[in-house]
Design a protein around this ligand. Structure first.
Ligand SMILES: NC(=O)c1ccc[n+]([C@@H]2O[C@H](COP(=O)([O-])OP(=O)(O)OC[C@H]3O[C@@H](n4cnc5c(N)ncnc54)[C@H](O)[C@@H]3O)[C@@H](O)[C@H]2O)c1
Length: 323
C-alpha cells in the first residue's frame, strides 16, 4: 500500500506520515522545505521519521509547481492514495505575500489533482480549511453553509481547491475528499500558531500580540485526532456519499483565547506578558465545527480536549527545546 503525502515535512504531514507508516503503508513524501517558518523544525521532523522507520519512507524535496518532476514520482511508484497537505498556510501572511498562495495553493493544487486523475488515483484527500466559513455567525459551522465570502486570500485559495475538486468530479468523475481542518495543534506544531507562540513567549520571553483583544474563539483540534480521522476516512471510503466530498475535521468545541492563556499560565506557573491588539484583517472571530458528518462516517469522536492536548504540547515543547 503506497500513499503519497505532500507537505510531509509540515506539521500535519509529519503526523500523517507517522500514522500511515505505523499502519503498515509505504509513504512517499514531497515537500519543498520552504522557510515560511523554521526549516530546521521541518528537517527535524524528517529526521524523526527516518530514525523511527528505516524503510518504507521515501522523501523528495520538490516544489508543488514542478509538474514534470512530480510526474516522475507518480510514474515510479504504484500509488493508491494521495493525501495533499502541502500548501502555503497562514491567514495573516497572505496579506503581505499574495503571490505564493496562487503559486503553491492554486497552481500546486492543480498539478496534484491533475496528476492524480491522469494516474487514476483511487483515493484523493486534500487539505481545505475552516477559514472558508468566513464570518458565518451560526454555530456550529456545518458543511452545507454558504462559503462564498472568504475573508483572506488564504481562505479563497482553499475554497478554490474545493471548487476545482468539484469540477473534476463533474467532468471526469474523479472522486475527492476535502478536509476542512480546524486549528490543529500538537507536538512538533507550527511556530506561527498561537499555542506554540504562547509557550515560546513564556520560556523565551518573545513578544506576543493577542489579536482581537483576546476575544477570539477557536475549535482547537489535537493532531492525533486529525490523523485518526484521516486514516478512518480511508477505511470507510465506501460510506462517502458525494463524489467531491467536503468534511469538517474538528474537535467540536470552541474555546476562547482568554481561556487558553489562563491554562498556559497555570501549567507553566508563569505570568504571560502580552500586548492586546485589535482584530487583524482576514481573521475570523470564531470557529466551531459541526462534526456530525465525519463522526458518522468514521465512527470516531475526537478524544483529546484542549486541557489534555495543551499539556501534551507543553511536555513536547520542553523536551524539544531542552528546557
Ligand atoms: N494546522 C492547521 O490548523 C490547519 C488549519 C486549516 C488548514 N490547514 C491546511 O492543512 C495543510 C497542512 O497544514 P500544516 O499546519 O501542516 O502546515 P505546514 O506549513 O506545517 O505544512 C505545509 C507544508 O507544505 C510545504 N509546502 C508549502 N508550499 C510548498 C510548495 N510549493 N511545494 C512543496 N511543498 C510546499 C511546506 O514546506 C510545509 O512543510 C495545509 O494545506 C494547510 O493550509 C492547516
Amino acid at each position: 500500500m503506497n500513499i503519497l503525502i505532500t507537505g510531509c515535512a509540515g506539521f500535519i504531514g509529519f503526523h500523517s506520515t507517522l500514522k500511515f507508516l505505523n499502519e503498515g503503508y509505504k509513504v512517499i513524501g514531497i515537500d519543498n522545505l520552504n522557510n515560511y517558518y523554521s526549516p530546521k523544525l521541518k528537517n527535524n521532523r524528517l529526521k524523526y521519521i527516518k530514525n523511527k522507520f528505516k524503510n518504507n519512507f521515501k522523501f523528495y524535496r520538490l516544489d508543488l509547481e514542478d509538474y514534470s518532476e512530480i510526474k516522475k514520482v507518480y510514474k515510479y511508484y504504484k500509488i493508491g492514495t494521495v493525501l495533499h497537505l502541502g500548501a502555503q498556510a497562514g491567514v495573516r501572511y497572505s496579506i503581505e505575500n499574495p503571490e505564493v498562495y496562487i503559486k503553491s495553493n492554486i497552481n500546486g493544487f492543480y498539478n496534484i489533482i491533475e496528476l492524480s486523475r491522469l494516474n487514476k488515483i483511487k483515493n484523493f484527500l486534500y487539505a481545505s480549511s475552516s477559514s472558508v466559513y468566513g464570518n458565518n455567525r451560526t454555530y456550529p459551522l456545518n458543511e452545507d453553509f454558504n462559503t462564498d465570502n472568504p475573508l483572506s486570500l488564504y481562505a479563497a485559495s482553499k475554497k478554490t481547491n474545493e471548487l476545482i475538486a468539484s469540477s473534476y468530479f463533474n467532468i471526469f468523475k474523479f472522486k475527492s475528499v476535502g478536509l476542512r481542518f480546524f486549528t490543529v495543534y500538537g507536538p512538533f506544531g507550527r511556530p506561527d500558531m498561537i499555542i506554540y507562540k504562547l509557550f515560546e513567549s513564556i520560556y523565551f520571553k518573545t513578544k506576543i500580540n493577542i489579536y482581537n483583544n483576546g476575544n477570539h474563539f477557536r475549535d482547537f483540534t489535537f493532531v492525533d485526532d486529525v490523523t485518526e480521522y484521516i486514516y478512518r476516512l480511508l477505511k470507510n471510503r465506501s460510506k462517502l456519499k458525494n463524489g467531491a466530498e467536503i468534511l469538517n475535521v474538528g474537535c467540536g468545541n470552541s474555546i476562547s483565547l482568554k481561556k487558553i492563556i489562563q491554562l498556559v499560565e497555570k501549567i507553566t506557573k508563569s505570568k504571560l506578558k502580552y500586548k492586546l491588539v485589535d482584530m487583524q484583517l482576514g481573521d475570523v472571530i470564531k470557529t466551531h465545527s459541526d462534526t456530525s458528518k465525519i463522526k458518522q462516517i468514521t465512527k470516531y469522536k475526537a478524544k483529546y480536549n484542549y486541557v489534555e492536548g495543551i499539556n501534551i504540547f507543553h511536555e513536547w515543547f520542553k523536551s524539544y527545546h531542552k528546557i
